[in-house]
Design a protein around this ligand. Structure first.
Ligand code: FES
Ligand SMILES: [Fe+2]
Length: 437
């Protein structure tokens, strides 16, 4: 009797990771790059990060628009760490560890304006906005001491474009050096001309790396964002890595190669408008205008972006169609993704939480403004993780929640990463360096 073909085919062997180094450092193209799952769920690994990473790495805190005027302040948190960013009465931006030199109380919460001193509410010790101790109620009881010995503990603060970064380590390299080739890579973009609209913080039941990694690859577009395939090339986006940071250059306004060769211009138009028509002020479902001679849907979208910016008095007509519709996705070690477009910038960051299973997902949005535009007054809000963020971001958030539960399953020892997830691999390669494993 003839053997059926299916009988003669061995079932695929179970993946055999025996003998492979469990490491995130290298790209082993004989097989996937493996990342130990402990990095996402173990309190021991979290403790290492809290010791070796967060007190020493530059991190995105807020926008210049949050701290534009003397007396403006913003509290940045990462796990138990808390930093006060404050524009002093002398106009200089400073940062301090958020700890009272009396009994350690946190001095400031949230953000605001109008401070002419930093005063701890507990027993009312007070410092100047430059951090010098200036008042201690009932001082006699403390005996003799020098005010200079009880100044607020400084941290580093600096800006790139309209983004404010902080670093608790006063010995850490300057921000300009930290950013490697990223500012030069963006030489086409007037990063100082954007203004912050909003900073929204959402408590997320996931490890901070789950959130960061969701904005470090386009592999998942064909998984959870299939509605985007009509207007993004998710396959051929070039990527570049520096040592700490990386970037992906993504063409929008063109269909994914996954859809084949005969995608209609209307599909490109319709899917763009459904996903981000607000960038042109166009409602989802608005029919595509007639194409001119030699014109593509991408050209129409680019013109729409130029026209919509012009309505706000902003000229972006110096950019060509490709630049206008493309997006550059910069991944800044450890925890920020900066999405740069000619009309807007989005910063997505994940601040570590108090356990491996929680973090704060931060979304900061900027719009291009006219050169020398006045500061904006950003909306700053805390939301819960069920808040509607638009359907693409809702899809990302849904995965953040289901991913963390999967990572806890006892049979799962490691993640398996493809070369196209090289920015995720790079995050772990850097964590290897920083965390000494
Ligand atoms: S803890 Fe701040 S004044 Fe006492
Ligand atoms: Fe996504």
């Amino acid at each position: 009797m003839a053997t059926k073909k299916s009988d003669s085919v061995s079932p695929p062997a179970a993946p055999d990771f025996e003998g492979l180094a469990i490491t995130a450092s290298g790209v082993n193209r004989d097989g996937p790059t493996l990342v130990p799952v402990d990095r996402y769920i173990s309190p021991e690994w979290m403790a290492i990060e809290h010791d070796k990473v967060w007190p020493h790495a530059w991190q995105v805190a807020c926008s210049v628009d949050h701290v534009a005027e003397p007396g403006d302040f913003f509290e940045y948190r990462a796990g138990w760490l808390s930093i006060i960013v404050i524009r002093g009465v002398d106009g200089t931006l400073r940062a301090f560890q958020n700890a009272c030199r009396h009994r350690g109380n946190s001095i400031c919460q949230g953000s605001g304006s109008g401070l002419d001193e930093l005063r701890c509410p507990y027993h009312r010790w007070a410092w100047t906005t430059e951090g010098q101790l200036r008042e201690v109620p009932n001082r006699k009881g403390f005996g003799q001491f020098d005010n200079d010995d009880f100044a607020l503990i400084p941290a580093q603060v600096d800006t790139w474009g309209r983004i404010v970064f902080v670093n608790l380590d006063t010995e850490a390299m300057p921000l300009a050096e930290w950013l490697e080739g990223v500012p030069d890579d963006l030489s086409w973009c007037p990063v100082d001309d954007y203004r912050c609209d909003a900073l929204v913080v959402s408590a997320m039941p996931a490890n901070w790396k789950v959130v960061v990694e969701g904005f470090s690859e386009t592999y998942h577009v064909q998984g959870i964002h299939r509605e985007m395939l009509g207007h993004i090339d998710d396959v051929d986006a070039p990527q570049k890595l520096w040592h700490r940071h990386g970037v992906s250059y993504q063409n929008y306004g063109v269909p994914s190669p996954r859809l084949g060769r005969n995608v209609k211009p209307e599909t490109v138009w319709d899917t763009w408008m459904n996903n981000m028509g607000q960038r042109l002020g166009v409602e989802p479902g608005t029919p595509m205008p007639d194409l001119g001679e030699g014109q593509t849907a991408r050209d129409l979208i680019a013109q729409g972006l130029v026209d919509h910016a012009a309505e706000r008095g902003v000229d972006i007509s110096m950019h060509d169609t490709v630049r206008l519709t493309a997006m550059s996705q910069y991944n800044l070690f450890p925890n920020a993704t900066v999405l740069v477009m000619p009309d807007m910038i989005s910063v997505l960051a994940a601040r570590p939480g108090l356990t491996p299973d929680d973090c704060q997902f931060v979304m900061m949005s900027f719009r291009r403004a006219a050169p020398d535009a006045p500061r904006s007054q950003p909306v700053t809000a805390e939301i819960d993780s069920d808040t509607d963020l638009g359907f693409v971001m809702n899809q990302d958030v849904a995965i953040m929640k289901t991913a963390q539960r999967g990572l806890h399953q006892p049979g799962l020892a490691h993640l398996a990463l493809s070369a196209e997830e090289c920015r995720v691999i790079n995050l772990h390669r850097n964590l290897d360096e920083w965390c000494g494993s």
